[in-house]
Design a protein around this ligand. Structure first.
Ligand SMILES: [Zn+2]
Length: 480
């Protein structure tokens, strides 16, 4: 008995030693560079941002055409606000409203880079205008913050890119590699503008060294255990699939209901899907995230991240505890549309529902459909994918040029900020650029923006100032 106890004790000691060694060896991956303070913000730069918010470049829906007056007004605004950009860069309009600028580099053999943003914004939900603190399209500044629809998504990126390029040209800067600025007009409704631009670049055999689009942000307090701000650099993006489920089950008079109606069958089917979630796992971007954030954490958390071979289920459990965390570790299932019935005393024959899936890298649209079929195991229910969808993106390597460049630009323009790769759970226009570049980065240089697609969307003036600075540093870094 004593020897069993001794063996157990020995094993425990070995385990603790292994855990501690792994933890001590779990070294910081943060680039050791000194941040350079951002210069003060010119009044004009602030006015430009306000003007941009005032133009209602709204995407109402994929079947409603863009309001050409607003989009053309936005083009004219860019033209007058950024005269140097329009003098030095070639401009092509794509699909009428999307813009592709080309800043010719001095080294024609160098692979170009592509900086992306989108000019459209989501509508302000009717009935919520009065809940807003300000008029959502007034471009108001209040409490050192710029308020309005589109400030964070995605006009800040677009305007900051334009400010940076305008200021670089004014300072005599000439890029070594060609730089494209790609501004889509309908990101919020599928991104046909971005698709057309990607196709155009592909047809010209352009292989970009980097594509940078909106994505992760800098968060001050959303990463548990971290006291420093963390810049989340999207290195991959989840896939997208919607399935229409439908069935026809003879209905009839509601005074004599059958034991099971079409609504019963479809509701049970949806619950069954929700009760049988996809398996949880760490995608490459998420394990990269832990490799970057883990070493910066207090000892206990650091030990967990350094010993994922042992603590994986514990960490998964923590992720699953929140909707946002859960979306990081599995393919999600969200019923979004449910339709049946026309009259209160008629049992409907036809019932339809749409379920939206966001696919973790590793899953494909085909494997998801297979899993749905086998979970439902009900021939009465027809399962059809909708027209729009895409596979999860490839993963951009953290040791590649693009990641390194963005990492360095963040560390030099934002003081005391930790960088970390991460998995984007939302969709961006850059998903259409997989054949233009294998180094796609999804990152927005914004500190704690508020109100994406919601009420009181806003960003601090200081955050905007640092955003411009980030793009300047990034563009300059490619000349070094
Ligand atoms: Zn956006």
């Amino acid at each position: 008995m004593k020897s069993v106890f001794r063996a157990f004790l020995l094993l425990l000691v070995v385990l603790v030693v292994v855990l501690v060694i792994n933890t001590v060896r779990f070294e910081s991956k943060q680039l050791n560079v000194q941040a350079v303070p951002a210069p003060p913000l010119a009044d004009q730069a602030l006015e430009h941002f306000q003007q941009a918010v005032r133009i209602k470049t709204i995407s109402f829906g994929d079947t409603i055409p863009p309001d050409s007056g607003q989009f053309f007004a936005f083009h004219r605004f860019l033209q007058s606000a950024y005269p140097r950009v329009h003098e030095d860069l070639a401009l092509e309009k794509v699909k009428d409203y999307s813009l592709l600028y080309k800043w010719q580099g001095s080294n024609p053999s160098a692979n170009p880079i592509v900086l992306m943003a989108h000019m459209d914004v989501v509508p302000v939900e009717p009935g919520t205008e009065s809940i807003w603190t300000v008029d959502p399209f007034a471009g108001e500044i209040k409490n050192d913050t710029i308020w309005g629809r589109g400030t964070t998504d995605d006009k800040m990126n677009l305007i900051a890119i334009m400010e940076a390029v305008e200021s670089l040209i004014a300072g005599g800067f000439k890029p070594l590699q060609t730089i494209y600025l790609s501004f889509g007009h309908d990101e919020e409704v599928g991104g046909t503008g971005a698709i057309a631009i990607a196709n155009l670049l592909k047809s010209r055999n352009i292989k970009a060294a980097m594509v940078l689009d909106e994505g992760g942000i800098i968060t001050v307090d959303k990463v548990p255990g971290m006291k420093q701000p963390v810049a989340l650099i999207g290195t991959s993006e989840k896939g997208y699939l919607s399935l229409n489920l439908s069935l026809e089950e003879y209905g009839g008079h509601s005074s004599i209901p059958a034991p099971e109606t079409s609504i019963d069958i479809l509701s049970r089917a949806i619950l069954k899907l929700r009760d049988n979630p996809f398996d949880a796992s760490f995608s490459k971007s998420t394990s990269d995230f832990m490799d970057y954030v883990g070493p910066e954490q207090p000892f206990l958390q650091k030990m967990f991240f350094a010993n994922r071979w042992l603590f994986e289920s514990v960490i998964v459990g923590i992720y699953e505890g929140s909707a946002g965390g859960n979306a990081m570790v599995r393919t999600t299932i969200a019923p979004t549309i449910f339709n049946a019935g026309v009259k209160d005393n008629v049992i409907p024959t036809i019932a339809k529902a749409t379920i939206n899936f966001r696919l973790l890298p590793g899953d494909t649209r085909e494997t998801v459909i297979e899993k749905v079929k086998s979970t439902l195991a009900d021939d009465r229910i027809k399962i059809e994918p909708t027209a729009f969808g895409n596979e999860p993106s490839k993963v951009t390597p953290t040791d590649g040029l693009a990641f390194k460049a963005v990492e360095k630009a963040i560390r030099t323009s934002f003081d005391n900020t930790i960088v970390a790769p991460f998995l984007m759970v939302g969709a961006t226009d850059s998903r259409h650029f997989s054949e233009v570049s294998d180094q796609i980065i999804k990152f927005s240089p914004m500190s704690d923006p508020i109100g994406f697609h919601g009420i009181d969307e806003r960003i601090s003036v200081d955050g905007y100032r640092h955003g411009i600075w980030f793009y300047e540093q990034l563009i300059r870094s490619f000349n070094e």
